[in-house]
Design a protein around this ligand. Structure first.
Ligand code: AHG
Ligand code: MN
Ligand code: MN
Length: 335
């Protein structure tokens, strides 16, 4: 049986679904950058890449060396090819301008260059999350691309995906027509299609939440999680298992593989911020993948993909995964 590489999959998509050639090129370049990040991550202490930079990003989080290295790799790989009008990243305060010496293209690339930073130094899976939007018509306007160009609801994403750097490096991708999983063949240097048309089971008995924040949660989440913990004897009548990796990519990957519910609710620690996770870099791309695989994603009161962003680094509460449980916890918020 011949192997379907990412390149072949993309070319076939171009033929059968009219995927524009420059979108295909964009995904190829992102995949190439992810291979490079995978290589840097896998070197660990041997490559001198572990530890912190001693700097903070716009969120006030300490930047790890690999956060910055991964960000640089993605920028350098994507700035010259002529497929992008601009980029935005969790690790940069403002939109990234394509240098004047390079041609510009129709798309915007938005990314979390390294998700799960707190896990880098302890050799637990991390990843890269990305989202592709069309650049709105600028009516011939020259000059810098402002943040408003990026402020589009998740329903406008033309592609989304992540690379996970775990025991295997994998690339999970959606172009709006299902979710495909590719495994990196390190000897060949190519991503090979290994998971065709991934589906998230509708029911699950597994949930993921950082329980240490329990005292800060709002009432609907308190009620829901206490019912999960009550197990077979409780109102839900079944026992649930819990997993929390603290890398969203790794938790979402498990959910895409065997189902589950991921929660990062808003809480009372920073009442002005609706949750920890970022709408543009984390919640939107992951919600598109989960929905494309038959799951659901809400912020407790509405579908995440319908949220109109108001700023680049906006945060959002996240409930995503198997439909039945997402619907249940969302309904508890409505009561
Ligand atoms: P990042 O490393 O990009 O800042 O993201 C970390 C996120 C996400 O990956 C994970 O689900 C969550 O933060 C973990 O949060 P806690 O440390 O509160 O468990
Ligand atoms: Mn992240
Ligand atoms: Mn990150």
């Amino acid at each position: 049986m011949s192997r379907v590489t990412l390149s072949r999959y993309l070319i076939e998509q171009t033929r059968s679904h009219n995927t524009p050639a420059d979108l295909r090129f964009l995904i190829e370049v992102v995949a190439r950058a992810c291979k490079e990040i995978s290589h840097a991550v896998s070197k660990g202490a041997l490559g001198g890449v572990l530890g912190s930079m001693g700097t903070e990003n716009v969120q006030g989080e300490v930047q790890k060396k690999l956060d910055v290295i991964s960000n640089e790799i993605l920028l350098e790989a994507n700035e010259w090819g002529g497929h992008l009008a601009g980029m935005a990243s969790e690790e940069m305060d403002n939109a990234y301008q394509i240098p004047g010496k390079y041609p510009k293209g129709a798309y915007l690339l938005v990314f979390d260059p390294l998700d799960g930073s707190s896990n880098i130094d302890v050799n637990v899976s991390v990843g890269t999350i990305f989202s592709v939007l069309r650049c709105p018509d600028r009516n011939g306007a020259e000059g810098d691309l402002g943040e408003e160009a990026f402020l589009q609801p998740g329903t406008e994403q033309v592609a989304a995906g992540y690379a996970i750097y775990g025991p295997q490096t994998m690339l999970m991708l959606t172009l709006g027509d299902g979710v495909m999983g590719f495994t990196l063949d390190r000897e060949m240097g190519s991503f090979v299609l290994t998971h065709d048309n991934i589906r998230v089971p509708e029911s699950t008995a597994e949930f993921a939440i950082n329980m240490s924040n329990q005292r800060h949660w709002e009432a609907p989440v308190q009620r829901y999680v206490s019912e999960l913990l009550a197990g077979k004897e409780g109102p839900l009548g079944k026992n649930y298992n819990m997993r929390w990796i603290a890398s969203m990519v790794a938790d979402v990957h498990r959910i895409l593989t065997r189902g589950g519910l991921f929660m990062y609710p808003r809480d009372a620690r920073e009442p002005e911020k609706p949750g920890k996770l970022r709408l543009m870099y984390e919640a939107n791309p992951m919600s598109m993948l989960i929905e494309q695989a038959g799951g659901a994603a809400t912020n407790g009161s509405q579908r995440i993909l319908d949220i109109q962003p108001t700023s680049l680094h906006q945060r959002v509460a996240v409930f995503l995964g198997s439909k039945e449980e997402v619907e249940r916890v969302t309904a508890y918020h409505q009561n």
